[in-house]
Design a protein around this ligand. Structure first.
Ligand SMILES: Nc1nc2c(ncn2[C@@H]2O[C@H](COP(=O)(O)OP(=O)(O)OP(=O)(O)O)[C@@H](O)[C@H]2O)c(=O)[nH]1
Ligand SMILES: [Zn+2]
Length: 194
């Protein structure tokens, strides 16, 4: 279970900004149902963007060496995530598959998801999110290869603008062996289900 976000104090100017947005949307911020909305929205945005308060690389600091010489692909497949696009601050909802080819070090598998969420809980474009996750694992785990594939739906495309639901954006970043060797790339993509 996810613990409720702590009720941090909300500065007046932040609450005022949400009231302005409510008026801009066409509603009356002083009506009963909206009285507490500015504080809720302010706290919700701190939660959506809590990745700014962490260094995702920190999750990769605890590594294991005793894995019986295992040197094949390690894949965490279809990790659900949420982010927000930096253009419209609208939700990005999708799944990521993250794989690496260990050299000597492996990491607790949950940490790959933690790295993803650390970068996703910021304002993003999907290309940068994909690159940041891959680069972080490459740099801090020093594996022989990293492959990250992200598939997501952007609310700025489905709920507004072009209003085209059912469209998935797919981005990938291949590093090391997965970039250089076509067979390894095909193998990892097949394991991911592509
Ligand atoms: N490459 C990329 N584009 C994104 C991402 N998220 C949103 N966008 C796009 O960012 C673009 C912003 O385009 P603009 O023309 O500045 O904004 P807009 O007038 O609101 O555009 P429309 O969405 O087409 O109405 C849009 O085409 C979005 O679909 C992303 O993660 N990566
Ligand atoms: Zn957008």
């Amino acid at each position: 279970m996810v613990a409720p976000a702590p009720k941090i104090p909300v500065p007046d100017d932040v609450a005022d900004a949400v009231r302005t947005l409510l008026r801009w949307a066409g509603d009356d911020p002083s009506r009963e149902g909206l009285i507490d909305t500015p504080k809720r929205v302010a706290r919700a945005w701190r939660e959506y963007c809590q990745g700014y308060g962490e260094d995702p690389a920190h999750h990769l600091s605890r590594v294991f060496e005793e894995v019986g010489g295992y040197d094949e692909i390690v894949l965490l497949k279809d990790i659900p995530f949420q982010s927000h696009c930096e253009h419209h601050m609208a939700p990005i909802i999708g799944k990521a598959s993250i794989a690496y080819l260990p050299e000597n070090l492996v990491v607790g598998i949950s940490k790959l998801a933690r790295v993803l969420h650390g970068f996703a809980r910021r304002l993003q474009v999907q290309e940068r999110l994909t690159a940041q996750v891959a680069d972080c694992i490459w740099e801090h785990l020093k594996p022989r290869g990293v492959a990250v594939v992200i598939e997501a739906s952007h609310a700025c495309m489905t709920a507004r603008g072009v209003r085209t639901p059912g469209v998935g954006m797919v981005t990938s970043r291949m590093m090391g062996t997965f970039r250089e060797d076509e067979r390894s790339r095909k193998e990892v993509l097949a394991l991911m289900g592509y």
